[in-house]
Design a protein around this ligand. Structure first.
Ligand SMILES: Nc1ncnc2c1ncn2[C@@H]1O[C@H](COP(=O)(O)OP(=O)(O)OP(=O)(O)O)[C@@H](O)[C@H]1O
Length: 580
């Protein structure tokens, strides 16, 4: 019921729980004093002794005021607890995702991260700030009331003592029953989140294929499944709440009946008071019985919300406990940005993608990788930028094994431009500043001239020109040229162009290729392209097939070799001539 491991994840939790419980316990003592005062007043009225109303009023008001202050204090600690839990857990969660590095996606899906960071942590917050303090408070309050009732009437006290563990027992049984339901609930929730995010990301494509209505229906089915799972969870929670109500009210009735029975048998008295205290004792114990089951009953209700948190915690814990690459603490110190792959192999699950690759990508040179679709070209790029990890062999970048490079250093050193760069809604300047927040307008303008976008942008609002979502108001070629300007603004030493010129107009392609050749005298350039005409001027070309390097050399050398590269080149040349 109490996951003690979780306590370690949130700083200051124990202190805040302790203070919250302590002040609520003080408030309980005040409440008991109020009950005692009310019992005395009733006793006075019943035995015909004129009560001192003013004294009762003052004492009840004073107890109530002190109780109110204690409760406010407890609330304050509860609030602190609740906030620190949420902030702490979210910070730890995101820090962990960042420290796992760009390959986090191999371990956990984006939709799951969003759901756990949002709803998951929200649920866990209730566990920490509601359920956990309530659990300790319930124990303290129950024991306190059992001890006090012991001094009034032992039998009633024993009845309360015997009945008190039933509610926690129902909670434990409820947890066992709900385990299966909760498993289904979270599975359905993750599945809904995954499909929702996927469809939102691909909405434009879905619309263009007129598939949005179909996907809408699919999402409705998932949402309906989630609704059913939620209802089933709520039903089980409601059953258990009903059960706890029966026990709480049954316990209250049992306590009252026992007390009255004891009164009838002349066994009721206040041990500590002189004289005939039978009626006082019975009123006091009835009021105590009324309060007795309240903490346990609240524990029961909170338990159902906390149960979700406990379940979410297992997923959150998996993320927080995910192994980090603690060896990744080196940075490239020298000015050598050569890359070497030595006997590198990699598999997705058991599917071998590349095998025993030996490649070199020298600094200040253009090296290209070509080959049939699916031969593993992008996998090499992904291994270099570490969005994919778990390779055998060695990848040496600037003299340092890739695994040992810090994520920050790798990200500052290597940049990959794909055929589908992302732009945020906002101005051109805002989007370019992502790569370098300190870049001046002059530096940006100079790059915009290099990518032949200057005139186009300054015919509009210049750097303040507005980009709609993912630069939807720009053509494919303009978007790609803007992306290259953004990449160059960051000024990384190693640049990977993975099909960066596919699907764009010839003019843009020519501009980009010219620029790549211009910067190649000071950077390590890797070009991945299915169009061999783009790699003709490379210093070295690797021709790959089935995850292996089959040929290597300059364009002329490979053409003269008259093997697969030459055949593919002639084939593409023929097709391009035909297309024109
Ligand atoms: N995340 C993944 N999980 C499992 N298999 C994958 C994953 N990504 C790629 N693959 C598989 O790895 C193989 C190599 O993919 P890769 O993207 O490296 O090929 P490529 O040579 O770049 O192809 P293309 O020229 O079509 O982009 C393919 O068979 C692909 O199906």
């Amino acid at each position: 019921m109490l996951n003690s491991e979780l306590l370690h994840y949130v700083q200051g939790t124990k202190k805040n729980i302790l203070l919250n419980v302590l002040f609520r316990w003080f408030a309980l003592l005040m409440n008991i004093l109020i009950s005692f005062s009310v019992a005395r007043l009733l006793n006075d009225l019943f035995i015909g002794q004129p009560p001192n109303y003013f004294l009762y009023f003052i004492s009840v008001l004073s107890f109530w005021l002190v109780k109110f202050l204690f409760e406010r204090r407890a609330e304050l600690y509860g609030h602190q607890l609740s906030e620190s839990v949420k902030i702490d857990l979210r910070q730890k969660f995101f820090k962990k995702i960042i420290s796992i590095g760009p390959s986090y996606n191999q371990k956990i899906s984006t939709s799951k991260i969003m759901q756990l960071a949002g709803e998951g942590i929200e649920q866990l917050q209730t566990y920490y700030s509601g359920f956990m303090p309530q659990l300790f408070y319930s124990i303290a309050a129950t024991l306190t009331m059992v001890v006090i009732s012991f001094f009034i009437n032992i039998k009633t006290s024993l009845i309360l003592l015997l009945l008190s563990p039933i509610i926690p027992l129902v909670i434990v049984i409820g947890l066992r029953i709900a385990k299966k339901i909760l498993g289904k609930y979270w599975k359905s929730y993750f599945s809904l989140g995954h499909i929702f995010l996927d469809n939102i990301q691909g909405l434009t494509m879905l619309k263009s294929y007129d598939l949005d209505a179909e996907k809408h229906l699919q999402m409705n089915l998932k949402a309906e499944d989630f609704r059913k799972k939620t209802m089933s969870l709520l039903r089980s929670q409601l059953n258990s709440i009903n059960m706890m109500d029966i026990i709480a009210f049954g316990g209250l009735a049992a306590g009252i009946v026992t007390a009255l029975y004891q009164l009838k048998n002349h066994q009721m008295s206040m041990f500590v008071l002189q004289g005939d205290t039978r009626l006082l004792a019975v009123f006091f114990i009835i009021l105590l019985c009324y309060d007795f089951f309240v903490p346990l009953r609240i524990l029961g209700s909170l338990f159902h919300v906390a149960m979700n948190g406990i379940w979410a915690s297992t997923f959150i814990k998996d993320v927080l406990d995910a192994p980090e690459n603690t060896q990744a603490n080196q940075t490239i110190e020298n000015l050598d940005y050569d890359i070497q792959l030595k006997e590198v192999s990699f598999s997705y699950d058991k599917n071998k993608i590349i095998s025993h690759l030996n490649m070199e990508f020298p600094h200040k040179k253009i090296t290209s990788i070509v080959g049939q679709s699916g031969c593993g070209k992008s996998t090499i790029a992904n291994l270099l930028i570490a969005t994919v990890t778990g390779y055998q062999g060695k990848i040496i970048i600037g003299g340092i094994e890739n695994k040992f490079l810090t994520t920050e250093n790798r990200m500052m050193t290597i940049n990959m431009l794909t055929h589908n760069p992302y732009f945020f809604k906002g101005t051109v300047k805002e989007n370019l500043h992502i790569a370098n927040p300190n870049a001046t307008n002059e530096e940006i303008d100079s790059l915009l001239r290099d990518v032949h976008l200057y005139d186009f942008l300054y015919e509009q609002q210049g750097l303040e020109t507005y980009l709609s979502e993912n630069a939807g108001n720009f053509s494919g070629g303009q978007k790609q040229r803007l992306a290259i300007a953004r990449t160059l603004l960051q000024d990384p030493e190693i640049l990977i162009f993975d099909e960066a010129t596919s699907n764009i107009d010839e003019e843009s392609e020519e501009i980009i290729m010219k620029l790549i050749r211009k910067i190649s005298c000071e950077k390590t350039i890797i070009i991945i392209s299915h169009r061999l005409s783009n790699v003709k001027l490379s210093d070295n070309i690797y021709y790959m097939s089935d995850g292996e390097v089959k040929e290597q050399g300059t364009h002329e050398e490979l053409i003269n070799a008259q093997k697969d590269y030459a055949i593919l080149y002639q084939h593409q040349k023929h097709l391009e001539k035909y297309a024109k």
